[in-house]
Design a protein around this ligand. Structure first.
Ligand code: BES
Ligand code: ZN
Length: 628
């Protein structure tokens, strides 16, 4: 099972419980409805958000106000319902734009484990917000806010100052701002943040690399974004330029290494603009976070948040940057309308990522990455319950936090690669570029995509592929049989070497791993046969020092094997790995493999208890879901 399907599989069990015969009757599933938001965004819709927040490290809280400028869609709707999660609401006031504001009644509803609490604000009698109005909420976050991680100094690189960062996707923005937390709604925003004077605050907005460190920071985001792209960070952060419109923020201890590792970012941006249309966001910068950042990367507009675990020293893991950058088109410019449509974000981005890697580096390198993705997808097809295998599955909140953990990345990528092969790049490339232009700054559903695909590709070049065939990818489990999987000679050789070595027909000294790409090494490790002896594992680790690898993808692959096989000589290094990293992809499968090897369930739980305080709330949940 790949990492992305872990949480999904655990949560699918809940789905079965929810389908007991005496469950109450439900309205038919509506693909255009966002089941993950309480907001009545059909009556009022947010156009602009104004934040004024103090970043209080002592209290581990953001404290201040959020003012929403709402536009009226339905005259006379008596309440505004917002999404919140673990917020303390101190007051609510409404007023016409620019006019005086009056205090109004508000109420927090019952807390749903996944969705948080609806905040219902009652509009004054006779209040007639025809064009729209402003709603000001005074509030503070609580220390356990699911989007925020408040790192004490010892969990930063410098060890002197604390650091805070957010992760809003998918539905955690509501834990730091009361708002309409649905990707169907787009808003511009502006913010004032107050921090201790020696810190720098950053947002998914117009960060100025030359801003003086004053402790008061102003931001503007003139492009309309969905709530999950709201982002904030503050700490001992500094800037280093990469190219004309690109640069990197990090703690000073990591700044040079980061600027070196990601030196290709400007080239990636230039190429992406040529291929997919103008980058209309201003600058593109990276923020390199401490190891506790729970993802590889997060495509916060103008400022991708990045794990330090890709600082391999040799620029070998920069496909992550290509991925987050590509989201500037697929996701940030054209956005999934609900989380059920997340393949539009992640599948399309994985497709663009591979194209960028191919053109910037080589087809061989891109194909290695495609084959690793294909291997993961095949494992998912075997382990993910069939009802979650469509690109656009029916997902309800009971099933977990949206379908983000399913097969949407690789299956979406290969759907588009399939179309590309059938129609040829000379037709497919202009189609994709036109698609981004057609839906720029909009949030769309899978069905809108399918209509557009039908009209502008399938029907334009008839006789090649039908709407029903495309529908198989979108609405059926598995992968259609006529798909031609990617191939990579180097990865195939690595897999063959793994079995030959295990069988004794290839000697250790004949293994030239030093000349291989890190991806080939990962594939070698992943393909080590079950019957490999401990002596052979020792020989490998002594020869190639997998346990001490500086490449986190190699460490991940190796420690999964170590845990599955109970290879105890490497347990100390495995424990260090679990303590060093907080990125879910690197730790969750190792905990799961320990738990599933039949002996080390207790050890897995002990290690988790010891490391828990270093992990982000989202990562804590993810580990817990594999250690029930
Ligand atoms: N947007 C995702 C991260 C995400 C997805 C957060 C769903 C919450 C819910 C990001 O772009 C991503 O895909 N990150 C991957 C990178 C990889 C596929 C190159 C990751 O973190 O591993
Ligand atoms: Zn992504």
């Amino acid at each position: 099972m790949t990492m992305k399907s872990f949480a999904l599989a655990a949560l699918a069990a809940l789905a079965l419980i929810a389908c007991q015969p005496d469950a109450p009757e439900q309205a038919p599933y509506d693909p255009a409805h966002d089941y993950y938001s309480y907001a009545n965004s059909d009556a009022y819709v947010t156009e602009h958000l104004l934040l004024d927040l103090e970043v209080d490290f002592e209290a581990r809280a953001l404290i201040g106000t959020a003012t929403l400028r709402l536009r009226t869609l339905q005259l006379g709707a008596p309440t505004v319902v917002l999404d919140t999660r673990d917020l303390v609401i101190e007051g609510a006031r409404v007023g016409l734009q620019g006019g005086a504001r009056e205090a109004v009644e508000f109420e927090l509803g019952e807390r749903h484990e996944l969705l948080g609490q609806p905040l219902t604000v009652t509009l004054p009698k006779g209040f007639d917000p025809q064009g729209g109005f402003e709603l000001e909420i005074s509030y503070r976050t609580t220390p356990g806010a699911s989007a925020l991680q408040w790192l004490p100094p010892e969990l930063t690189a410098g060890g002197q100052l604390p650091l805070v960062f957010s992760q809003s996707q998918a539905i955690h923005a509501r834990s730091w701002v009361p708002l309409q937390d649905t990707p169907a709604v787009r808003m511009t925003y502006e913010a004032t943040l107050r921090t201790p004077e020696n810190m720098l605050a950053l947002m998914s907005a117009d960060n100025d690399p030359l801003t003086p460190r004053s402790g008061v920071y102003q931001f503007e985001m003139p492009q309309p974004i969905p709530s999950y792209l709201l982002a904030i960070a503050a700490g001992n952060l500094f800037f280093a330029p990469i190219g004309e419109d690109t640069g990197v923020y990090a703690e000073p201890e990591l700044l040079q290494a980061s600027a070196y590792e990601f030196a290709e970012t400007q080239d990636m941006l230039d190429l992406a603009e040529q291929r997919y249309g103008p980058y209309d966001w201003g600058r593109y910068d990276l923020l390199i976070l401490p190891p506790a950042f729970p993802y590889g990367g997060m495509e916060n507009p103008r400022l991708s948040f990045i794990t330090p675990s890709v600082l391999a020293g040799d620029r070998s893991l920069v496909s992550l940057i290509a991925h987050e950058l590509a989201h500037s088109w697929s996701g940030n410019l054209v956005t999934n309308a609900t989380w059920r449509d997340i393949w539009l974000n992640e599948g399309t981005t994985s497709y663009l990522e591979a194209r960028l890697m191919e053109e910037l580096f080589s087809k061989d390198r891109a194909d290695e990455e495609r084959v690793l993705a294909w291997n993961g997808l095949q494992a998912d097809v075997l382990s993910v319950p069939p009802q979650f295998q469509p690109l656009a599955p029916k997902v309800l909140p009971e099933h977990g936090e949206g379908p983000a953990q399913g097969m949407q990345y690789a299956k979406g990528q290969f759907f588009l690669e399939h179309l590309e092969r059938l129609f040829g790049r000379e037709r497919f490339d202009p189609f994709i570029m036109a698609y981004f232009q057609a839906f720029a700054w909009q949030s769309i559903t899978t069905e809108t995509f399918l209509d557009y695909l039908d009209e502008h590709l399938l029907s334009t070049y008839p006789g090649i592929y039908t709407r029903a065939q495309a529908g198989e990818w979108l609405y059926e489990p598995g992968v259609p049989a006529d798909f031609q999987p990617p191939v990579s000679a180097t990865l195939a050789a690595a897999a063959a070497a793994a079995s030959d070595f295990a069988a004794g027909s290839l000697a250790l000294h004949a293994l030239d791993l030093g000349d291989w790409s890190p991806h080939a090494v990962v594939n070698f490790i992943n393909n080590l046969p079950a019957e490999l002896s401990p002596a052979q594992l020792t020989a490998l680790d002594e020869a190639f020092a997998f346990s001490a690898s500086a490449n986190a993808e190699i460490s991940r692959a190796w420690f999964i094997q170590v845990a599955q096989r109970r290879y105890e000589p490497a347990y100390a290094a495995m424990q260090a790995h679990l303590g060093r990293h907080g990125r879910m992809k690197l730790i969750v499968p190792v905990y799961a493999a320990l738990d599933q090897n039949g002996v080390d369930g207790e050890l897995a739980r002990e290690l988790f208890q010891a490391n828990k305080s270093r992990y982000h709330p989202i990562a804590v949940d993810a580990v817990q879901s594999v250690l029930p």
